[in-house]
Design a protein around this ligand. Structure first.
Ligand SMILES: N[C@@H](CCC(=O)N[C@@H](CS)C(=O)NCC(=O)O)C(=O)O
Length: 271
């Protein structure tokens, strides 16, 4: 386990001491929690934010894309992140939120309102992939912007490798996310529709369902974040004022949309 600690595993060795002394706890309540991520990923932001909100102490093991694969494989997960490692391994953000909700030490219940899960799943399916495709479509021609996000909190050998192989990495990402003019236009149409739906459901209220922050609100805010670039995102993102005009205008349009304002307000109030 030590072998897979990176520079982001700031609390790793301390936490491993903790496992040795306290790993027998029945419910795993005191077991060390590790979150394996691609730092910039918005699905990872969803899990990271939920853990923060629930007051659960965890270590983030953050990687650059592709480089995450051996780490998730080494714990028996699939290929995608986030992956939570505690008394069991969980490789899906919604399953991670369910685990958080059931954790005895959690201070946040994402599913107090029964409709929260249905919204969360809808956002996972629509906002997650389409916001990712649109945002990478904007950013990929601008190596410096992408590298700001890939380096994150510190340059690592992984992010440096990505930097030197950028044309190849960018082409691979374009292919795997189907970033074509048609693909991007389809994503934009889907996002416009779901932003309109969220604005209508909110109708000026603070939460999508009920009177408290639920999995629905956090999921929409985290997954729409690459379009809105809210302050408080749990990873390094480009500064809106520094964006090339054509991207800044797109981000500002999302920021001015009532659903984009909801993202900003949710980050301000809860992140
Ligand atoms: N349904 C998954 C989706 C996660 C997902 O798509 N993660 C992306 C990062 S945004 C990923 O790991 N991509 C890397 C890969 O496919 O190799 C969840 O909610 O956790």
């Amino acid at each position: 386990m030590l072998a897979i600690c990176t520079s982001f595993d700031i609390k790793c060795s301390k936490a491993l001491d903790h496992i040795t002394s306290d790993s027998t706890n029945e419910a795993g309540a005191n077991m060390h929690i590790k979150l394996i991520t691609i730092g910039v990923s918005h699905y990872c932001e969803k899990a990271r934010w939920a853990l923060d909100l629930a007051g659960l102490d965890f270590t983030e093991d953050a990687h650059a894309p592709i480089f995450h694969i051996p780490y998730v494989k080494s714990v028996g997960a699939g290929r995608t992140v986030p992956v939570l490692v505690a008394e069991r391994v969980i490789g899906d953000s919604t399953e991670i939120l369910k685990w958080i909700g059931a954790h005895p030490a959690s201070t946040w219940d994402p599913y107090e309102h029964e409709a929260a899960l249905e919204w969360e799943e809808k956002f996972d399916q629509i906002v997650g992939p389409h916001a990712r495709r649109l945002a990478y479509g904007w950013m990929l021609p601008h190596k410096d912007l992408v590298m700001t996000m890939m380096h994150g909190k510190a340059k690592t050998w992984e992010s440096r490798s990505l930097q030197v192989s950028y044309p190849l990495a960018a082409a691979g990402l374009r292919k795997s996310l189907n970033i074509t003019p048609d693909g991007v236009a389809r994503s934009k149409a889907k996002l416009d529709a779901i932003f309109a739906e969220v604005a209508e459901v909110l109708d000026g209220r603070d939460y999508i369902v009920g009177e408290k922050l639920s999995a629905a609100d956090l999921t929409f805010a985290a997954l729409a974040a690459p379009l809105v670039l809210p302050k408080g995102y749990g990873w390094t993102m480009p500064v809106v004022e520094d964006l090339p005009d054509e991207i800044r205008e797109e981000v500002e349009a999302y920021r001015n949309h009532p659903a984009g304002q909801f993202v900003m307000k949710t980050y301000d109030a809860h992140r």
